[in-house]
Write a protein that binds this ligand. Structure first.
Ligand code: IVH
Length: 674
């Protein structure tokens, strides 16, 4: 009997869509544009609506089902989901290898190293290739049935991809297979969810794992679907109708079936190589789209794994080798108040020094008075301190159980701790109102000299402080008059003739500066480099900006009322006008960028990633900027497009997680041509 032509069309569309999902989500190599994909999808939705008799549970249109009445239905795992033994040092990893070799009786053992994902461990059952049941790990024996929510995750195939010639079987899929892995939420999405939670007055999640778990335990799968969760597979449970010979072979097969496995997974010939891989992954940890807290080292050969067996709690063939923790506890010795370049007063905890992730931390920010009060942090408290990548360490919360009664509250001062001028409250922040406050001036000078400003590398914080203390830099504009003070400079300790001359030349060279960088350098509250660019493009000249009305500013895309107010205020202040005039008098020339009247990229933020066949990155950047667009380096929820070339890396993952429109090189060129 021949197949109904409509059903044939529907099946072909489903196959197309599944194939493109695989290229997009698993291989990271989309071959069609989002618009084309949407067209296929719509076509399928319409056909299925017209011919409901052909609807199927594994259709890509059937990911989001009806809400549940309640959660709490539990399922018994066919095989218990054990946990892994932990190691925190190289010695412990070598000990593990020793134990393995003793049982296996071989000199060198092959290991697979995978990231240890910090997410929600889940189990997916496939019967003859069809996803039939999904659950959480629970207590290892019994988990919660969350099939409906797991179905919404794009990186969980509703049907395994067909693969000819599966090892040890004639059928394309095993009769029954339970796939295990971790549900994760990208770090960026986590931040965004918390922003929205806070905006709506809802409690925020403590970490990505909690927010992934919360997202999976929703009654309405439509909410889960919006959370952009991902599933990374790391192993199997009960399998019938297939056999695997190695962990690496298993992971590769899982990828073929349509699952994401980490690109970091590596087959290592020895424990030494595995340890090295651990260090390498730890170094690159902050670049990863997801949180990981270590690596898992697994004996590669399945026969060896079986020989090793397991204890009641964990397998003897695997080890979780953790990274250095990024959160530690220590004591607050005292709280100091720091004054920033824009006058903001920040409470800073001075800590008993503690090593966090390989760095000794002795100061951590408390952000604002409000946060300090909300977290209920007292001087003398033992507190959790977290260091996340490059950001300033912060105090998370006190360990209340460790209080002795000797702890004391801290109150923000009523006057600036540096210049003793009055302090004013604006929103959540306290400000020193004195524009001549030494802390503000020194901070502003350092900022003006920074890379994104005038880029005077020879004037870092130490040198600026020294010149300020010696009365050679009293104002931002003094930098550009240092040339006439060379004799005084070379008399200072550490200022040799040659390096001083170099600095003077650097300053002279820096005097030609783009308008956006010039604006950035002035330390106007809220103006970073991207706002600097927006303002320079809109106003085109300093004169126009200085006289710009608040209404005009507020009307610009990307400038809110508070920022507009700061700008107007800044130029209203006589001494700011004087400083600018003195800078210009010293010979600083602002180069005005041509203002695009109406470019095709006007007002759009674009991120470029990967390598391109037709143009260099600089050329692409130029094309976008010429047409009014802005090229930024990191992807955020404000990014409009990501232009992805070959080997795009983690920025593309982040963009996808945030649902940023992805443009291929070809699509981009097509748009530019138009
Ligand atoms: S293999 C018998 N591989 O860590 C358990 N687990 O402490 C074998 N995990 O419950 C687990 N990433 O949720 C394995 N690449 C990975 C993992 C991983 C994260 C979690 C998993 C497990 C826990 C074990």
């Amino acid at each position: 009997m021949t197949m109904d032509p409509i059903l044939k069309e529907i099946k072909a569309l489903r196959e197309q869509i599944n194939h493109h999902n695989y290229l997009y989500y698993i291989l990271n190599q989309p071959s069609i544009s989002d618009a084309e994909y949407d067209r296929f999808f719509k076509q399928l939705v319409e056909l299925e609506k017209k011919y409901p008799e052909f609807l199927a549970p594994d259709s890509p249109t059937q990911r989001v089902g009806a809400p549940l009445e309640s959660l709490g239905k539990t399922v018994l795992h066919d095989l218990p989901m054990l946990s892994l033994d932990n190691a925190f040092s190289e010695e412990e990893a070598l000990e593990f290898d020793k134990r393995v070799r003793k049982v296996i009786q071989r000199e060198e053992i092959e290991y697979v190293v995978e990231p240890k994902y910090d997410g929600v461990s889940s189990s997916l059952v496939y019967e003859n290739g069809l996803f039939t049941r999904g659950s959480t790990r629970g207590d290892g024996f019994r988990g919660e049935d969350i099939t409906g929510n797991l179905r919404t995750i794009q990186t969980i195939p509703l049907r395994l991809r067909k693969m000819p010639g599966l090892e040890g079987s004639d059928a394309p899929f095993p009769r029954h297979i339970e796939i295990r892995g971790e549900v994760l939420i990208p770090k960026e999405v986590f931040k965004e969810i918390n922003r929205i939670q806070a905006e709506n007055g809802l409690p925020i999640f403590a970490n990505p794992r909690n927010s992934a778990s919360g997202s999976l335990r929703q009654l309405d799968p439509a909410i889960t679907a919006r959370r952009n969760l991902h599933f990374y597979a790391w192993g199997t449970g009960k399998v019938e109708g297939a056999r695997f010979h190695s962990q690496i072979g298993l992971l590769n097969q899982l990828k073929e079936w349509g699952f994401r496995v980490s690109p970091e997974m590596t087959l290592c010939p020895s424990i030494e190589a595995a340890v090295q891989k651990h260090h390498q992954i730890e170094t690159g940890r902050k670049e990863m789209t997801f949180d990981i807290d270590g690596v898992v080292i697994k004996v590669n050969k399945i026969d060896d794994q079986q020989k090793l067996g397991e204890t009641a709690r964990h397998p003897r063939w695997g080890l979780a080798y953790k990274f250095k923790p990024m959160q530690m506890t220590t004591r607050i010795l005292k709280i100091e108040v720091q004054v920033g370049r824009t006058g903001i007063l920040t409470p800073v905890a001075i800590l008993e020094p503690v090593e966090i992730g390989g760095v000794t931390v002795s100061r951590a920010t408390l952000h604002t008075e409000g946060e300090m009060l909300e977290k209920n942090v007292l001087v003398g408290d033992t507190v959790f301190v977290e260091r996340a990548g490059d950001v300033i360490p912060e105090v998370i919360k006190p360990v209340v159980e460790k209080r002795t009664g000797q702890e004391t509250p801290f109150h923000m001062p009523l006057e600036c701790p540096v210049c003793h001028a009055a302090v004013e409250k604006e929103g959540a922040y306290l400000f020193c109102i004195n524009l001549s406050c030494p802390a503000q001036i020194q901070g502003k000078i350092v900022h003006l000299c920074s890379r994104k400003g005038f880029d005077i590398a020879g004037l870092g914080k130490k040198k600026v402080d020294q010149l300020y203390e010696n009365g050679l830099l009293k104002n931002l504009s003094d930098i550009f008059y240092l040339k006439s003070k060379k004799d005084e400079l070379v008399r200072l300790p550490g200022w040799e003739e040659k390096s001083t001359q170099n600095l003077i030349e650097q300053i002279e060279k820096s005097k030609r500066i783009s308008f956006s960088r010039f604006l950035y350098s002035l330390s106007i509250r809220g103006i970073g480099s991207s706002v600097g660019k927006i303002l320079s493009q809109h106003f085109g000249s300093l004169d126009r900006l200085e006289n710009g009305a608040q209404e005009e500013l507020t009307g610009i895309f990307g400038i809110g009322p508070e920022l507009a107010n700061n700008i107007v205020h800044f130029f209203y202040e006589e001494r700011n006008r004087e400083t600018i005039a003195r800078i210009l008098k010293a010979g600083v020339q602002i180069e005005y960028e041509a203002v695009p009247v109406k470019g095709i990229w006007a007002g759009k933020k674009v991120v470029i990633t990967g390598t391109f066949k037709s143009h260099s990155r600089e050329e692409l950047t130029e094309k976008i900027e010429k047409e009014g667009g802005e090229v930024t380096s990191s992807v955020s929820s404000k990014t409009h497009f990501i232009l992805a070339g070959e080997n795009p890396g983690s920025k593309l993952d982040k963009a996808r997680a945030l649902e940023v429109r992805v443009l291929s090189e070809e699509e981009f060129l097509e748009m530019v041509k138009e």
